[in-house]
Write a protein that binds this ligand. Structure first.
Ligand code: ATP
Length: 719
């Protein structure tokens, strides 16, 4: 990199010191390079704006010749002249090559031109569509109905908005009539008529002004209501999905749907519909007026407007497709950014900032390509509009002027006609413009509505049994399982485990043998593919899952903390009435009180995931689990980040008797450190998704199987 920067500086600075002809040629070459970099002809995809000007520039710069060589130093004062000759000899060669290259580029550009004409392959998005667009297309009507359902609760705002819109539109459309009438009545000196017209004109302007204000305000409120409800509905639909749903979706994608997509969809009511309806009303009014005024002139204008509408329709469809792709690419860009930021430490340590920037830029380039085509399409649309608009004026003056000469219409009528035909064509343009924006919003709404339509997980639909007391008897009966995202890979096979109330059961095994999966099934995050899980004799599916989860304490492998104070993190999810003393008691039990008290704000310290050590986070998570006083406690590598002494202390607490019932709690503990689980009542050894051994520490050592082998290896490693 340093070399590159160095050579580019030399290239820039050296030639400027040269005599004028070379300097002039240099400037020409620079100009060609600059143009080439601004507008790059790409053989594969055609004509593209380059997003890598600097890179291309750097790549194409030739390094200067070496500053000195033995031969050159003998034939020059300072060894520089001869080098410069060589340099400029090669410069001429390069100039010839560049001339050939330029011709080639011009030829390609000429070949490329037809593809950018309407219907040409440059406009096609097929190259860009290397992403899965899973959402089913939604019709405008269906999208509008869905939106109506979301705002129907506050329909008064919509009614007020539409009433104001109609009154404002009708008042505005009457203005040109009274304006012309006032001018011509003043000309013909009919004072009474003039005064009446002016009074009416003022009244119309006032009404139009007031109603426009009400309309804008009410549509703004409706917009706010729509986007709020949409986000609420979407967020709650997402929160109630099965865990397997989140295995397939990325965080960046989902937050993109909630953020930018909902915002885009909300424009439908606040902006698009508002303007479309207003202009449809005014356009229709203008058309009726024109036909009454002169059917011949009216028909011409109508013909032009129909052509405009046809162009508009094609343009609208194109924009809809572009919007969909923009939405997908934006989501993908967000995904990359979100992943990079969340893994920032890894990125920094491995020095992959440029790689990450490259990944992000890839999506930005795709977005730029779509945007380029959208802008070009907008240009075509404006071109059509302007041509047709001016045709109306020319036709009106031609046909109208002839009619005036023939005495068929008056000058006042022609003036009114021109004013109203302008109104009509502008209304058509506005409708077209907002219709394409509406199409874009509808395009963005497809994925949002699809996600909103997802049914909540069955767990939230069915109300199950609530037992009087949970004893903590757990049975896995012939359980088999594969993850929905990997249907071909069996993770558990014929698992039969029975845990008695108050027993401490340890699960050990090699990494990936299915230990955490057993816990996932017990927490009902996934349903077994085969077999049954029973709690106190009841199938897991029969029990009220919320009730059951309230009675289970869980500390995961990498506990995550929320961005809130430590006290709230410990209380998180506890439905009992909790005092600060209870929180501190739990923290003391988890040996967390000491470090929490040493923080500047104690229990009020605001934390998130990155501000505490792994062991400190685990202690807070253990305190959280202890505070629930659960009947079943699950520890998945919960003490892996604790030092030996803390682990010993915490283990004693976790076995402690449950306070209110004086019954012992059932504990399931997963640990790689076998010293952690030696005191367990029973140890289950897993291998390849199956239970291969079961018994106490002594029994398993005696069996001399996998457990004994693992134990020996760990002992060797410590030694
Ligand atoms: N959400 C998931 N989707 C698909 N496959 C998964 C998922 N979670 C785990 N697996 C796969 O299931 C298998 C068992 O994983 P599990 O986490 O239960 O193993 P483990 O014994 O707890 O491993 P470790 O000791 O490393 O935590 C692994 O092959 C893993 O790749």
């Amino acid at each position: 990199m340093a070399v590159l920067i160095c050579s580019s500086n030399v290239n820039l600075i050296k030639p400027r010191r040269l005599s004028s002809p070379h300097h002039h040629k240099y400037k020409q070459r620079r100009l060609i390079r600059t143009c080439r970099n601004l507008v790059r002809l790409d053989t594969g995809t055609g004509f593209q704006f380059s997003l890598h000007n600097n890179n291309n520039n750097n790549n194409r710069r030739r390094p200067l010749p070496p500053k000195s060589s033995s031969s050159s130093s003998s034939s020059s004062v300072n060894g520089y002249g001869s080098n410069m000759e060589q340099y400029y000899g090669s410069e001429q060669r390069v100039e010839r090559e560049e001339g050939v290259e330029l011709n080639e580029r011009i030829r390609r550009f000429i070949e490329f031109l037809p593809s950018i004409l309407p219907g040409g392959n440059w406009w096609s998005f097929s190259d860009e569509a290397d992403i899965k667009i899973l959402a089913k297309p939604v019709t405008v009507w269906r999208a509008l109905t869905r939106m109506w359902h979301l705002v129907a609760q506050d329909r008064w705002v919509i009614f007020a908005a539409f009433t104001a819109l109609i009154v404002a539109a009708l008042s505005e459309i009457a203005v040109p009539h009274f304006l012309t009438a006032s001018i011509f009545s003043a000309q013909t000196a009919t004072v009474a008529v003039f005064h009446r017209n002016v009074r009416l004109l003022v009244a119309l302007c006032v009404v139009a002004g007031i109603c426009s204000g009400i309309r804008g305000c009410c549509f703004g409120i409706a917009n706010m209501i729509l986007v709020k409800r949409m986000r609420e509905t979407l967020y709650s639909a997402l929160l109630l999905q099965d865990i397997s749903f989140f295995d397939n979706e990325t965080v960046g994608d989902l937050t993109s749907r909630l953020g930018s997509d909902c915002q885009q969809v909300s424009r439908v009511i606040g902006n698009d519909l508002n303007l479309i309806l207003r202009n449809v009303l005014q356009g229709t009014g203008a058309l009726i007026y024109l036909i009454i005024l002169s059917w011949k002139l009216g028909s011409f204008t109508l013909l032009i407007c129909t052509t405009l509408a046809a162009v508009m329709l094609i343009y609208g469809q194109y924009q809809k497709k572009a919007a969909k792709l923009t939405q997908e690419f934006t989501a993908s860009a967000n995904e990359v950014a979100q992943e990079t930021f969340s893994l920032m430490r890894t990125v920094r340590i491995y020095g992959t900032e440029k790689v990450e920037l490259g990944r992000y830029k890839l999506w930005l380039e795709k977005l730029a390509n779509i945007s380029l085509r959208q802008s070009a399409a907008y240009g075509f649309w404006n071109l059509s509009f302007n041509t047709l608009y001016h045709s109306t004026q020319v036709i009106a003056v031609l046909v109208g002027g002839t009619s005036i000469l023939a005495g068929h219409i008056t000058a006042e009528q022609l003036t009114k006609f021109i004013l109203y035909s302008e109104w009509l064509i502008y209304s058509t343009w506005w409708v077209g413009d907002n219709l394409s924006s509406l199409m874009q919003s509808i395009g963005a709404s497809e994925k949002v509505f699809q996600l909103m339509d997802l049914l909540p997980s069955d767990q939230f639909l069915s109300k199950g049994l609530k037992l009087q007391r949970l004893m903590g008897h757990i049975e896995f009966v012939n359980v088999a399982f594969y993850y929905p995202s990997r249907e071909m890979v069996p993770v558990l096979r014929h698992v039969n485990i029975s845990v008695h109330p108050g027993e401490v059961l340890a699960i050990v095994g090699l990494s990936g043998s299915g230990k955490s999966t057993i816990v996932n099934l017990l927490l009902r995050l996934y349903e077994p593919t085969n077999g049954q899980i029973l709690i106190d004799g009841f199938s897991l599916g029969e029990l009220d899952i919320k009730w059951l989860r309230e009675r289970i304490g869980y500390v995961g492998q990498e506990p995550k903390l929320f961005h809130m104070d430590i006290s709230s993190n410990i209380r998180y999810g506890c439905t009992r009435d909790i005092t600060q003393e209870d929180v501190e008691w739990a923290a003391k039990q988890a040996y967390a009180h000491e470090f929490i008290s040493s923080l500047p704000n104690g229990y009020e310290t605001l934390v998130d995931d990155d501000l505490l050590s792994g062991g400190q986070k685990q202690r807070i998570a253990i305190a959280r689990a202890i505070l629930r006083d659960p009947a079943i406690l699950i520890l998945d590598e919960a003490t892996s980040a604790l030092d030996a002494e803390s682990e010993h202390n915490v283990k004693g607490v976790l076995r402690a008797v449950r306070s209110e019932s004086m019954a012992k709690r059932t504990v399931i503990v997963i640990a790689h450190r076998l010293s952690t689980i030696q005191a367990a009542d029973r140890i289950v050894v897993m291998d390849g998704g199956q239970v291969v051994e079961m018994g106490s520490h002594r029994e398993l050592l005696h069996q001399d199987g996998l457990y004994a082998r693992l134990n020996r290896r760990q002992a060797d490693a410590v030694a």
